[in-house]
Write a protein that binds this ligand. Structure first.
Ligand code: ZN
Length: 343
């Protein structure tokens, strides 16, 4: 099969022929129709996130099962599928509690610890594939359907993690990024008032289109003060931080009102200072939110199938243009998600 191979970190893709994957016991192979191209995998390509090489990256797939190995039930050739990003075990206490991102026996990530979706076929443990619900036309929109598993489902999970309710004020830090803009979209879907915070002014128009009621340019003002202004001094209900630098986390914490929740996910993951007195007197919470459960992916797929939300994929290209696409990603030029069309 044709595949985009990375021989080492920080090297260009090599379009090459590799043996077709063969499904062993408990495994399945899918033909890849499209695969999302986000910063998470660009971090691997650039060597900022460790991985084993040679490697085929990519995890946000839409595909179709072509073969299943011995012992596989519930999955058959012809099934439309996407993939879970974590190689969770399926058997530990956390997997059994449907909290798969916390799996204690995790085998790592698709496209990082095993070969991923930048190829004509992908082989995974069968339980990592998630069958697409009826009503999703994955053949007509493989790029959009492919990115749901991360770009849209991760923000959907935050709605639950932070218990976001209609009418609350939600600030999204890093709103112009691939996940951030989908968080704006999902918070608006949840009928929150949404404030987009970013330094990339060229992304503000897209943030507004995705549902932001206001935007705050973090390069031009004191963000916490701006958020307090926009809430008449009351503070925001939820800060969702996709940047998670000390400065953004501290700005988010300072902007919280009573019963405010600060959510950190991804980004720099830096340490930060928060006032214990504010946590106490205003009954605030600091939360981490890690990827998404399998059930939440199904829920997000259903939302898209019902036409309530639609992923923003602004740059779709053939495999041969992957290098140019990743250069755009590295420069922060992509609005929403990009994707490769493969099958
Ligand atoms: Zn587990």
């Amino acid at each position: 099969m044709k595949a985009l191979l990375l021989r080492a970190a920080n090297t260009p893709f090599e379009m090459t022929e590799v043996p077709d994957p063969v499904a062993g016991p408990g495994e399945a192979v899918a033909r890849v129709l499209a695969c999302g191209s986000g910063l998470t995998i660009q971090h691997v390509k650039a060597g900022r996130n460790a991985a084993r090489f040679p490697l085929i990256i990519g995890h946000e797939i839409a595909g179709e099962i072509v073969a299943v190995g011995a012992g596989v039930t519930g999955l058959a050739a012809g099934d439309g599928v996407t993939a879970y990003y974590y190689l969770n075990c399926g058997h530990c206490r956390w997997c059994l509690a449907s909290l798969e991102p916390l799996c204690v026996n995790s085998g790592g990530n698709v496209g990082r610890d095993c070969d991923g979706g930048y190829a004509e076929y992908i082989k995974l443990p069968a339980h990592i594939f998630i069958k697409l619900p009826r009503g999703l036309d994955y053949k007509a929109h493989p790029a959009e359907i492919g990115v749901i598993t991360d770009a849209l489902a991760t923000p959907y999970k935050v709605l639950k993690r932070a218990r976001i309710k209609a009418g609350e004020t939600v600030a999204v830090f890093g709103a112009g990024g691939g996940l951030g803009i989908h968080q704006v979209m999902m918070a608006k879907w949840a009928r929150a008032r949404v404030i987009a915070v970013d330094m990339a002014a060229d992304k503000f128009e897209a943030c507004r289109k995705a549902g932001a009621d206001e935007v705050v340019d973090a390069s031009r003002c004191d963000v916490a003060a701006a958020l307090l202004d926009l809430t008449h001094g009351q503070g925001i209900d939820v800060a969702i931080d996709y940047v998670s630098a000390s400065s953004t986390l501290e700005a988010g914490a300072r902007a919280l009102g009573r019963r405010g929740r600060l959510v950190t996910l991804g980004g720099a993951g830096q340490p930060f200072r928060v006032s214990a007195m504010d946590l106490l007197l205003k009954e605030q919470e600091v939360l981490g939110s890690r990827y998404v459960t399998r059930a939440e992916i199904l829920e997000t797929l259903e939302l898209v199938a019902r036409g309530e939300v639609w992923p923003l994929v602004s740059d779709i290209r053939p495999l041969a243009e992957a290098e140019a696409l990743h250069q755009r990603l590295e420069r922060g030029e992509v609005i929403g998600r990009a994707a490769l069309l493969i099958g």
